[in-house]
Design a protein around this ligand. Sequence first.
Ligand code: ZN
Length: 155
Amino acid sequence: MSLDALDALYKEVILDHYQNPRNRQPVADPTVATEGYNPVCGDQLTLQLKLVDGKITGVGLQGKGCAISQASASMMTEAIQNQTPEDAERLADAFRQFMTADELPEGDLGDLQVLEGVRQFPVRIKCATLAWHTLQEALKEYRSGQRAGKLVIRE
Ligand code: ZN
């Protein structure tokens, strides 16, 4: 596969998630619910998690914003299904590393790798990581049992 074809495939996956976002349905009676906002681009997300017996059994995510933010959020909702909060936290850390580290970290992030191209556009990295910041805020809320309120990504 040529590099151009690979690029096209990446764009296709991102656009597919943007146009057909997964797990859009709000979760009934969520264990935690957190909002995320990226003022640089105007991306907004609302995330609900349902946790049963130490596992994420329900994920709901509604949002609006650019294709990168919404596609990354949609992919996240699939990636964390049935994970423990610890695994989800590790994945969020790994993804943020993947977006921000100078060198690409080791390890395979599966479908999330399609967002690699975003690394070339520093201003869009916050778009890609917004859902993951919001997830970490929701998990923090879950651990502490306290309502976290609205998360705003700062410069
Ligand atoms: Zn954005």
